[in-house]
Write a protein that binds this ligand. Structure first.
Ligand code: 1GP
Length: 242
């Protein structure tokens, strides 16, 4: 079963753990692999808005050799393309007005992706203001959507769906101070039919659970687990218990 199909057919909110290749030392990954092998992780997302020395291919290989959990590439730019991931989020930054991330990088990537056999998931990527400037916002030279404008986010997501995207990823950015509000998740879900991925600043099971309650189809957590590894188990259990 493909990644998108798994998300669509799941009867609960899925849990994706974001692995930053810059922080993918085996000592850190061991715990993630053990959690994945006990059924606590639905997907690994690998990538970052800026990678300085980490090795994406090696990170993917490490995970694939030790687990059967699908590895999904979440690339910050074309330099991060990698055919070894099971699937990739083919992102267009629809919250921004920077043509480079709306279509420019995609045109560079397309002929390479044509030769890959991985699942390519057209994804409307929306950065939402999370209370501080994140690397994603800085690197993309784009304005995030205002956090208190759920209808604007919903209209943006709907436009993405009408353009043929198969997934919406609403992201407050890695290490966001405030995560995406329940109102915004609700508004997006009301306007769209395609699955919604939500991430950025999720650091408690209560936040994850509330997002799930509002209809998020996938919850993505990176920093929170790096800071406090037991958060992984707490969120996995609270999502299974919905
Ligand atoms: C960022 O949504 C992801 O793109 C995860 O963010 O690292 O803050 O969990 P965190």
């Amino acid at each position: 079963m493909g990644v998108l199909e798994k998300i669509v057919s799941a009867d609960r909110t899925c849990f994706a753990v974001l692995v930053d290749p810059d922080k993918a030392q085996p000592s850190r990954l061991e715990g993630l692999v053990a959690a994945a092998n006990s059924g606590m992780v639905d997907f690994f997302f690998v990538g970052g808005s800026h990678i300085s020395g980490g090795d994406i291919s090696r990170t993917i290989a490490y995970l694939k050799e030790r687990t059967t959990v699908p590895v999904v590439l979440f690339p910050g730019c074309v330099l991060q393309l990698d055919p070894s991931a099971h699937a990739m989020l083919f992102l267009s930054l629809i919250s921004g007005r920077n043509p480079e991330y709306l279509i420019g990088q995609q045109v560079i990537a397309a002929p390479y992706l044509r030769t890959f056999s991985q699942e390519i998931i057209p994804t409307g990527y929306m950065l939402i203001d999370g209370g501080r400037m994140t690397t994603a916002t800085y690197m993309s030279s784009s304005l995030p959507l205002p956090a208190d404008k759920p209808q604007l986010a919903a209209s943006t997501a709907l436009a993405g769906e009408m353009l043929g995207m198969k997934l919406i990823y609403a992201d407050a950015g890695s290490g966001a101070q405030t995560c995406i509000s329940p109102e915004m998740i609700r508004a997006i879900k009301e306007f769209t039919q395609i699955p919604l991925v939500v991430g950025g600043g999720i650091n408690s099971k209560e936040k994850a659970r509330e997002m799930a309650r509002q209809g998020a189809d996938v919850i993505v957590v990176g920093n929170g687990i790096e800071d406090r590894p037991q958060l992984l188990r707490e969120i996995a259990e609270s999502l299974k218990d919905q």
